[in-house]
Write a protein that binds this ligand. Sequence first.
Ligand SMILES: [Zn+2]
Length: 323
Amino acid sequence: MATEPQTLQEAIVHFSNPDNCLNYIVARRWKNGVVCPTCGSKDVGFVASRRVWQCKTRHPKSQFTVKVGTVMEDSPIGLDKWLTVMWMVANCKNGVSSWEIHRSLGVTQKTAWFLLHRVRLAMQGQNAGKLGGGSGQVEVDETYIGGKARNMHKDRKARVLQGKGGGSVGKVGVQGSLERGGEVRLNVIRDSQYGTLVPNIRQNVAAGTHLFTDEASAYFDIGPEYAHDVINHAEAYAVGQIHTNGLENFWSLLKRNLSGTYVCVEPFHLFRYLDEQAFRYNNRKDMTDGDRFSALVSQIAGKRLTYQELTGKTGQEAEETRF
Ligand SMILES: [Zn+2]
């Protein structure tokens, strides 16, 4: 077996061979042998000439490719392009735009946009346990992203305004919990009330953890299950270890990517960009580009996103759009 790629250039060469693509994905998707995605049977035969498997149990869809049951299902785009896009998104710190994919891989921009959203779905968190616990220290903070409605196209503006129900036009709140030296968890929030912010903390952070927040009132009554220190940003950015600077840095990277690489992110799609950013952040330590790519490919199964789900487009319009 050829050595696994460690750079983008090696990846492109390696995955120009269809068998290398297949072997790489199979080794991560089916660590204990190929399983029929429809019935779960391990009694399957490989048809090498067509690179498909045949399930020995009789049922519809008894023949399947490696794409079935993954974010790649029903996509006519080749594995070589899929894997190259995954490499780029996993490893480009500032993200990759659909226009860059369009130019680099020779697919249409629309196809590239749909590809990217499915890669982001693959990046979605695996709920790898709560932050903190033990001596862990977790910063919690919110930020607001978006959205100058007056610069938007008319149709888009209508959708955005509809989605937000007026108020802070097109601005979307994001709450983050970041363990110092560890991982981040992100939630899109509809407001900054206690009932919105505190349940997210309970979901993301282990009880007993030392929390650091700003003086937002929602956090005053967080309760006895956390140790809690507050930095008053009107007075100082940090008092000793009391600060939220880790998250502030994360927010500035996020915003730089959103305004630089992704020129127009609609609020409706924001959580997908958050998944992407969190994936790269949470897979940053002691990992090579090859490791990060491998981690992403290991997460492609059991997830699907159709064009219709992504856009709300139905019928003829969706039919006419082939990717
Ligand atoms: Zn089967």
